[in-house]
Design a protein. Structure first.
Ligand code: BDP
Length: 593
């Protein structure tokens, strides 16, 4: 799905701001037709925002079910036969949308955009009532999965298997945009490099019938190549390639009938070969973090201020990459990563498909992960849709070099092999140009793991020194070295990336004895991992856990959230940030990006 862009044929109107809001305590609003009228006894809620930390009542904060949003919208002026489209960047996790009394769309999944052509619904109107019912419930068939029980007071309780708080609401911008009747519906761009020449292959899908032509413009606005037809190949002599640290972008201006859509293009290649990860034919070493979309009060809402600040901090530290753990991030983040030359591992929301873990912590949940009653064929179908939806949204981003189709799923059983084989194939079919991987959990070392042969790279989350060998870094280092040797022996030629490592660290906790939870221990544990990485050429990247502290459910292993951040939740650096900065800046100098 194309992102929203203004052009000479498209106008964009922002519907963000303060909306009316109501929590559906008994989850009966849909049956009672709350969309038919202004919400009674409504409060207010900013859009975009997670609603949870805005309200002051704990029962409201932890409500399980529907959240209602409503506002009046002035119908914008449009020309002649132009269509008007209503678009949400995301609503977490499911949404039903009404224009006045009419349902115009339903969407399942909390992190991808959805839209509907509402031209016919608003014909002849000056204003309309826009109502959205957002459902925050997670079930066995949703991605991520979860289940709901009731406690002794009859209150609904949501359980899930991932280690971040289930923030909900309208998390990204809501927009109206106009476009001509015949329009650019989809574009796929694939780039190749031949010496100093850049090759841009494009494929345009139109809605309605109209002649297609394209102009490729350089960043200075000059046309460097043109073609007619919905498919074709453009050649750019002496091209300026997109590269890590150099976010150079061309614009492919696509014309279909009256419509014009500006598609940004970065010319670069990605390849996995002989245990190396190559970008533009050169070995690339990932330095960075797994992150979260997580901030105080805003929760998971996109916010330009926080986004730009986070990128500034990442640059300050000498990072060159991150993973969108554990769901697709806002489209604004992907655009900005393109511009900043950041390299992104793009992840689906398939987290917590592992009942051997609870909230990121070892401890079985007493269920089988894969069974007709738990993660089942319907879940697999949802998962496939999430993979295809992510690739459809992000396929044209040069920053994306690798798809992560799941985080720490169960992969040590025959059922897991059956579950993942078609999903790995679906990712490869949807994008034959990028490597595909999944992120492996400590419970599945090479001798137990059963699905790595479906994938191009090995991504490991490892907590030696923390969840195991707690505080004993000598034993932790030995265990880590032994495990890495096993991966290299069993999967020769596959590059290994560390996608998580690091201990919880209380900011301000100093300890002469450098014990777990202290700032000193974070420095020591990260340094131990780095020593092992530096001794192992098959390891092509280090993305520590996590960029910043983040909110989780309360638990005996979590003190006001997960504290594995390099920065606090407020983005203050912990002492390890300076130590790692020195390492990463030196590596940047050595590696040139
Ligand atoms: C891993 C998960 C991550 C958790 C982390 C932790 O991938 O989401 O937050 O461990 O325990 O299991 O901190």
């Amino acid at each position: 799905m194309l992102t929203v862009r203004e052009s000479s044929s498209r106008s964009v109107f922002d519907l963000d701001g303060i909306w009316d809001f109501k929590i559906d305590k008994d989850n009966q609003g849909v049956e009672q037709g709350w969309f038919n009228a202004p919400l009674s006894e409504a409060s207010t809620m900013p859009v975009p925002a997670s609603y949870n930390d805005v309200v002051t009542d704990i029962d409201q904060r932890d409500h399980v079910g529907y959240l209602w949003y409503q506002r009046e919208v002035r119908v914008p002026r449009k020309l002649g036969s132009d269509r008007l489209v209503l678009r949400f960047g995301s609503a977490t996790h499911n949404a039903i949308v009404w224009v006045d009394d009419t349902e115009v769309m339903r969407h399942q999944g909390g992190y991808l955009p959805f839209e509907a052509d509402i031209t016919d619904n608003i014909a002849g109107k000056e204003t309309f009532r826009l109502t959205v019912a957002v459902d925050n419930r997670l079930e066995w068939t949703s991605i991520p999965p979860g289940y709901i029980t009731t406690d002794s007071t009859g209150k609904r309780v949501q359980t899930y298997f991932h280690d971040f708080y289930n923030y909900a609401g309208i998390h990204r911008s809501v927009k109206l945009y106009t476009r001509p009747e015949t329009y650019v519906k989809d574009i796929t761009v694939v780039t190749e490099i031949e010496g100093t020449t850049g090759i841009v292959k494009y494929d345009v899908v139109t809605g309605g019938s109209g002649e297609v032509s394209v102009n490729l413009k350089c960043a200075c606005g000059k046309v460097v190549a043109s073609a007619d037809g919905a498919q074709g190949e453009l050649r750019v002599e002496d091209a300026h390639f997109w590269a890590p640290g150099d976010g150079y972008l061309y614009t492919l201006e696509v014309h279909a009938g009256e419509d014009v859509y500006p598609q940004t293009v970065g010319i670069r290649t990605v390849e996995v070969k002989d245990s190396q990860f190559l970008i533009n034919g050169k070995p690339f070493y990932f330095r960075g973090y797994g992150r979260h979309e997580d901030n105080t009060v805003r929760g998971k809402a996109h916010d330009d201020v926080m986004m730009v600040h986070d990128f500034e901090l990442m640059k300050w530290q000498g990072a060159n990459s991150f993973r969108t753990s554990h769901y697709p991030y806002a489209e604004e983040v992907m655009d900005y990563a393109d511009r900043m030359g950041f390299v992104v591992i793009d992840e689906t929301p398939a987290v917590g498909l592992n009942t051997g873990l609870g909230g990121g912590i070892f401890g079985s949940q007493g269920f089988k992960t894969f069974s007709p009653e738990t993660v089942n064929e319907k879940t697999q179908e949802t998962h496939r849709r999430e993979i295809e939806g992510l690739i459809a949204r992000d396929k044209n981003h040069p920053c994306v070099v690798l798809w992560a189709i799941a985080n720490e799923p169960e992969t040590n059983t025959p059922e897991s092999r059956e579950y993942f084989e078609p999903l790995a194939a679906a990712a490869k079919a949807a994008d034959p140009t990028r490597p595909v991987g999944y992120v492996n959990v400590m419970l599945s070392p090479p001798e137990l793991e059963k699905i790595t042969d479906f994938f191009d790279v090995i991504m490991l989350n490892r907590y030696y020194g923390w969840y195991v060998n707690t505080g004993n870094l000598a034993d932790a280092e030995k265990a880590l070295r032994d495990e890495v040797k096993g991966w290299i022996k069993d999967y020769p030629g596959k590059p290994i990336l560390f996608t998580e490592y690091g201990p919880d660290t209380m900011s301000g906790q100093a300890d002469l004895y450098r014990r777990p939870w202290s700032q000193e221990f974070q420095i020591d544990m990260l340094s131990m991992f780095h020593r092992v990485f530096d001794d192992t050429p098959e390891i092509v990247g280090e993305q520590m856990w996590n960029f910043a502290d983040f909110m989780t459910i309360p638990g005996i292993m979590r003190v006001g959230g997960n504290k594995k951040g390099m920065f606090t939740r407020e983005r203050d650096p912990k002492p390890a940030a300076y130590v790692v900065r020195e390492r990463w800046l030196a590596k940047k100098k050595e590696q040139g990006c």
